[in-house]
Design a protein around this ligand. Structure first.
Ligand SMILES: Cc1ncc(COP(=O)(O)O)c(C=O)c1O
Length: 378
């Protein structure tokens, strides 16, 4: 089936009891059994829930995976995937990732004798030379918030030569624009909180795998650890993905108006967006994705300038998160990437003057006008 058809139908069948077109919210903790060991395949809701399962099947289809497992947050999905790594093993991570991912790896999982090495993954050759032996390679592309581009196919080759897994956090692109499993990645994770749900009203995460063994392990972890996505949140994300193919082009169309506006603005020192031909990852991104997405970062030069601009936005909402139909604007240094040390942020270029915008689905002219009046305060 085509992508739009999968968005609307994959993983979902009319409810067998009533014929309801929409998968119901199976809000139950348990299921009645006829006699010992005789039941309909549903025993307890941490283990089995048809609303969650429908979402998982839907997301597996959208990413082209064998199976998917949904978790209570993007971070819970990331943590579940990291259970594939054992004490004494090594994980290589692209140097710029979401601050929460960096925090989980360096402040929590590093305590379990897993070694994390952060390297610039924009150059696969550099990674191959520097990385040494590793069991898992973790990347974002584009990265949050600097929009660096990693070559998924080339990094999949590097990982495969090591017998290592490649995991791609595909939150910024969504499967509408980029399908890492088809480029050689082993596992894709998402914060479903973002574009997949798309309406800023649910927190969740998913891991999509193409290997049956990984699927079985993640199902086991999902049940054993218990960080499941609730039936209501599963239903919300399932409703969100029904319009993913309609929302993403609109997000991008608006980004195509906002990014050039920022680029030419005298108060903006630099704009990070892979759609610009002078972006160092432009060609790689074009090869591996069908669009540039709606995440843009820009440099205003100082904390004071960023503070003044962010205090003036009216239509864009100042807040953490991204991927909603409403435009969200944030300050990585004090919000999403506060978990990095000041030195690490400085080394990467996550400055105090950096602002990140998740361009929503409003009218582009209104968004540009709002940014223009806010930049007048800088
Ligand atoms: C790229 C990326 N991955 C993972 C996460 C974590 O997701 P959640 O907030 O749903 O736990 C985020 C959150 O902002 C993110 O931006």
């Amino acid at each position: 089936m085509g992508f739009a058809t999968d968005c609307i139908h994959a993983g979902q069948e009319p409810d067998p009891t009533t014929g309801a077109v929409t998968v119901p919210i199976y809000q139950t903790s348990t299921y009645v059994q006829e006699e010992l060991g005789k039941h309909k395949g549903y025993e307890y809701a941490r283990t089995h829930n048809l609303t969650r399962r429908s979402l998982e099947r839907n997301l597996a289809a959208l990413e082209g995976g064998e199976d998917a497992y949904a978790f209570a947050s993007g971070m819970a999905a990331i943590q579940a995937v990291l259970t594939l790594v054992k004490a004494g093993q090594r994980v290589v991570v692209s140097d710029n990732v979401y601050g929460g991912t960096h925090r989980l790896f360096t402040k929590i999982l590093a305590n379990y004798a897993v070694d994390f090495a952060f390297l610039d993954a924009t150059d696969p050759g550099n990674l191959e030379r520097e990385a040494g032996r590793f069991e898992l390679l973790w990347i974002e592309t584009p990265t949050n918030p600097l929009m660096k581009i990693c070559d998924i196919r080339a990094l999949a080759d590097v990982a495969r030569r090591q017998g290592a897994l490649l995991v791609v956090d595909n939150t910024f692109m969504s499967p509408f624009f980029q399908r890492p499993l088809s480029l050689g990645a082993d596992i894709v994770v998402h914060s479903t909180t973002k574009f997949l749900n798309g309406h800023s009203d649910s927190v969740g995460g998913v891991a999509v795998v193409k290997d049956r063994g990984h699927a079985d392990w993640l199902r086991y972890v999902q049940n054993a650890v218990g960080a499941i996505l609730s039936p209501f949140d599963s239903w919300l994300v399932l409703r969100g993905t029904k319009t993913l193919h309609l929302r993403m082009p609109r997000h991008e169309e608006n980004a195509c108006a906002v990014a050039p506006f920022l680029y030419q603005h005298p108060k903006v020192e630099r704009v990070f967006w892979p759609g610009f031909p002078d972006h160092p990852g432009h060609l790689v991104h074009r090869r591996q994705a069908s669009g540039f997405g709606a995440m843009i970062a820009f440099e205003l030069g100082s904390l004071d300038a960023a503070r003044r601009m962010l205090a003036r936005v009216r239509l864009s909402s100042l807040g953490e998160s991204l991927g909603g139909v409403e435009t969200l604007i944030s300050h990585p240094a004090t919000m999403t990437h506060a978990g990095y040390s000041r030195e690490d942020r400085a080394a990467l270029g996550i400055t105090d003057g950096l602002v990140r915008i998740s361009v929503g689905c409003e009218d582009a002219a209104d968004l540009v006008a709002d940014l223009e009046q806010a930049l007048a305060a800088v």
